[in-house]
Design a protein around this ligand. Sequence first.
Ligand SMILES: [Zn+2]
Length: 409
Amino acid sequence: MTTRSARRSRATSLLRREFILGAIDQHLRHLTQTITDRSVGAPGNLAATDYVRDAFWNYGWAVDMQEFEVLDWVDGDAWARLDGGVRLTCSASPYSSGCDVQGPLVVASSLDDIRQAKTDGAVLLLTGDIAQTPFMPKNFPFYRDDTQQKIIATLEASGAAAIICATPHPPMIEDGDFDLPTVCLTENAWLDLSAHEGREVHVQSNCRRRPSVGRNVIARIGKAERGTLIITAHIDAKKGAPGALDNATGVTMLLVLARALAAYDGPYAIELVALNGEDHYAVPGQMAYLSSQPDLGKSCALNINIDGIGYVEGKTAYSFFQLPPLYRSAAQRLLASHPNACEGIQWPQGDHAIFVQAGCPAIAVTSQWLLDNMHTQAVTHSPSDQMGVVNPERLVESVLALQRFVEAI
Ligand SMILES: [Zn+2]
């Protein structure tokens, strides 16, 4: 290459990076600032799926919206008060029903405590051992804990008027299928409520459940001579979290890839899927997608799932699941040509697990920092998950790397 053409190609690629960076900034801002609350079924969630659908259309993809019913939830203030005492500030458990009830306080720190107490009409304070671990939603399709299932069934049969959780891990219960009104004591209201067993307590919680709909957005291109390459990112966020890292960055990757791959003419069909429900107790979008894809194990040549990419600190982690040699060697080349990438451990808590379970090869893309701090980090699912925790350069590198990868296979 002559020096002049080398210079010209360097200038073109710099220009291209700048262009991608601009698009990333625009999408992230829209998904985390213009829109608030992307939890499934919330107005912001519907606005986000419309935004993604329009972008896919504009880049020339065929788009399908897969609609399903879902329970949305509106937060409200909550408190508990001992007879004659002051109001203790509580937070309503997400997806709980509201209440305005009164009853004697029963304190329970084990399943036996609940079984042995007179719980009918009581306000049940869960504290100690029983309140140390958050409960899995009772109908969660991918995992069951038998001990927790017993506790949940006992609570539901208890006749209690409401539950107060004194837990170091609020909300402890986040489950629209669990019908007892539930609140958590906020930390400064921990007081020793358990010392007042038997006294009358009044609980009010002004949240409410709201039936709604949600949608998966599926964009398609190409002819499936060698199967379908399915690139996924969940579009929903936890209630109360702006969801920049989890997972506006993943959705932004889908949108930028939609543009980068619009002219793709290789042997695969490509599907870009904004799945809607990874952070909802009922994972409704994933269930709707699965039931529409009975032959996923055969039709899907490879899943690439993007969730949590772009944290300000550390590299981008690519984790590989049952890759055949062709993909494995292309993946190794991707790692080698991508300065801020590394191979990650095989983590199961993401939408790629659906594909892995169906027998498909999969690549999960996230931030290495999240893998290193999985059990202690307080960024995702919290109000601090804002654009400031994202380094958009990590996204630019990954878009270019994934585009090369798709072209290589
Ligand atoms: Zn996520």
